[in-house]
Write a protein that binds this ligand. Structure first.
Ligand SMILES: Cc1cc2nc3c(=O)[nH]c(=O)nc-3n(C[C@H](O)[C@H](O)[C@H](O)COP(=O)(O)OP(=O)(O)OC[C@H]3O[C@@H](n4cnc5c(N)ncnc54)[C@H](O)[C@@H]3O)c2cc1C
Ligand code: HEM
Length: 492
């Protein structure tokens, strides 16, 4: 494992990783941490200047509030006074000002759509945007038509519409005891990772990932069903079948009524993150500050996190919901920690370093077995197809950047028989007895380790760690003539 070059923040040994590609966090003044912001929002101070009143904001009004000390931003139809938050924004005041006096939804989503602004800014809420009468539309008739039908062409995003009549649809059928919902994706690269199902009480939700879009089935079921259900995928025709068990063996006249965004195909970047509550099953010490957490999905959820992807964990911290990304590792890591490997994809494992001065991880560490954490649907752009015909695989990890490598290693060593495992540890601050490699990521270290077996062999280099490690690593790899396609860096 290679280690990190030092810099002021993230702290030299901090494994915190933020996004790569020009976006970076700024150093915040003393007393301007997220915890300080939460304290300010709980202080009872009037943060909008409206004394608790909520108002309707017109576009003209919004535009007027475009200065640092008087800055309103609209996100998803709600307007916030972000002036009090300026000095607390980890991305800096200038970044926040890019959305001043305007609708910042797109900009916000481009940078960090997972940030839980609704909870963080609830004391800054000015009100809703006034809706122009012309925009109002009666959806009731349309909803009746789309339930159990085809997606109206107007709702098909351009990327899929180009492919002709290959947009998804669904249907349902029943026996005495079962209801089957069949989703026709019309895509061949569909598998059990592509479908996420959650149902709670009578609300049923199935997200199918199709390229960069989500096809959402969202229905209030007409009758009760049991908690557990099964999911089948017929890959050759791109069909997914979700088989629900009826609570009573009666015949259903209709499946249910449409809920928000039912039967729609939405670009993934435009959808909010959906969370379900998972229970903490076990917690094992791996090192003095790193733990292996095992969370259990609810029985009414089907979710598999694909290799190389991460999820967001959400916890309330002194009344504000805080969200951080984590990459699940394989359950098989547990065997070393003397726990049985638990069956059937119901469990998600996380290897997490606890920062005693951090915001989220101490709270996570305080959870008791049986407590709940909210877990989002998976995100990330790593594709398993990168392994096709692979001849050399190099994994460069620093600190908790090790986590995405766990599933990759498991997969590569099981499914690509030609690959051979060789591990090099490089320590930046070794004890005096250490006689292995030491130092930080450098051209000399990389050229020593990263040798292609053959001149033109198909290579993949995966890199993950704190931002300085990843950024410098990618630059050095390019200097060593690895092409962009041959490098995958893991970021939020
Ligand atoms: C895609 C992705 C996947 C990830 N996967 C994992 C994973 O599998 N396992 C894992 O352990 N982590 C992972 N991380 C990191 C994780 O998301 C958190 O960043 C990490 O757990 C720290 O969170 P925290 O709130 O406890 O600490 P933070 O409050 O963010 O603080 C982290 C450290 O920085 C210091 N610090 C905070 N603010 C400042 C400041 N203004 N100036 C100076 N120092 C400061 C803190 O004292 C602490 O030492 C991942 C990150 C990404 C982007
Ligand atoms: C709409 C304009 C905005 C822009 C252009 C912007 C930009 C950025 C940038 C560049 C970063 C640093 C990079 C990163 O961490 O990914 C960042 C971080 C952050 N921003 Fe914003 N931001 C905006 C609005 C907001 C708002 C309204 C909030 C309200 C809560 C917010 C909360 C945060 C948080 C919590 C982080 C730290 C994320 C982390 O832990 O990694 N931002 N922002």
């Amino acid at each position: 494992m290679l280690n990190v070059p030092s810099q002021s923040f993230p702290a030299p040994r901090s494994q915190q990783r933020v996004a790569f590609g020009g976006r970076s966090k700024v150093p915040l003044k003393q007393g301007r941490s997220l915890m300080d912001w939460i304290r300010l929002t709980k202080s009872g101070k009037d943060l909008t200047g409206l004394k608790g009143r909520l108002i309707e904001v017109t576009e003209e009004e919004l535009k007027k509030h475009n200065k640092k000390d008087d800055c309103w931003i609209c996100i998803r139809g709600f307007v916030y006074n972000v002036s009090p938050y300026m000095e607390y924004h980890p991305g800096g005041e200038d970044e926040l000002m890019r959305a001043a006096g305007s609708d910042g939804t797109e900009l916000f989503d481009q940078v960090h759509r997972w940030v839980n602004y609704e909870s963080m800014l609830k004391e800054c809420l000015v009100g809703r945007m006034a809706i122009k009468p012309a925009v109002l539309k009666d959806y009731r008739e349309e909803e009746k038509k789309v339930l159990n039908g085809m997606l109206p062409k107007s709702q098909v995003p351009d990327t899929l519409a180009k492919e002709g009549p290959s947009y998804p649809s669904y249907d349902w059928f029943q026996t005495n005891s079962l209801v089957t919902i069949a989703i026709y994706t019309k895509q061949k690269d569909i598998n059990l990772d592509s479908i996420i199902v959650d149902h709670q009480d009578d609300s049923f939700r199935a997200e199918t990932i199709i390229k960069d879009c989500l096809y959402l089935i969202h229905i209030g079921l007409s009758h009760e069903v049991q908690e557990d259900f099964s999911v089948r995928v017929v890959e050759s025709v791109g069909k997914i079948e979700i088989v629900l068990k009826k609570k009573e063996n009666t015949s259903w006249d209709f499946l249910g009524h449409p809920l928000e965004n039912h039967n729609s195909l939405i670009p993934r970047k435009d959808t909010g993150l959906y969370y379900r509550k998972c229970q903490l099953i076990s917690k094992e010490n791996v090192t003095h500050d790193t733990r292996l957490f095992c969370l259990m999905l609810p029985p009414s959820t089907h979710l598999q996190v694909p290799i190389g992807q991460h999820v967001y964990l959400k916890l309330p911290i002194t009344g504000t919901e805080i969200v951080k990304p984590y990459t699940p590792v394989s359950g098989s890591l547990l065997s070393e920690f003397k726990e049985p490997v638990l069956p059937n994809n119901k469990y998600i494992y996380f290897l997490i370093k606890i920062y005693h001065t951090g915001l989220f991880t101490p709270e996570l560490d305080r959870l008791q077995i049986g407590d709940f954490v909210s877990v989002s649907s998976p995100e990330g752009n790593f594709k398993i197809s990168k392994f096709q015909e692979l001849e050399d695989l190099f994994l460069l990890a620093a600190g908790t950047g090790f986590t995405p490598m766990v599933k990759i290693l498991n997969y590569a060593l099981t499914d690509i028989p030609s690959l051979r495992l060789d591990v090099e540890f490089v320590l930046s601050a070794p004890i005096s007895e250490w006689n292995g490699k030491q130092g930080h990521i450098s051209p000399a270290l990389l050229s020593e380790f990263l040798k292609r077996n053959l001149d033109k062999s198909k290579v993949l280099v995966c890199i993950c760690g704190p931002v300085p490690f990843t950024e410098q690593g990618v630059r050095l790899l390019q200097d060593l003539n690895f092409s962009k396609n041959e490098i995958h860096s893991f970021t939020a």
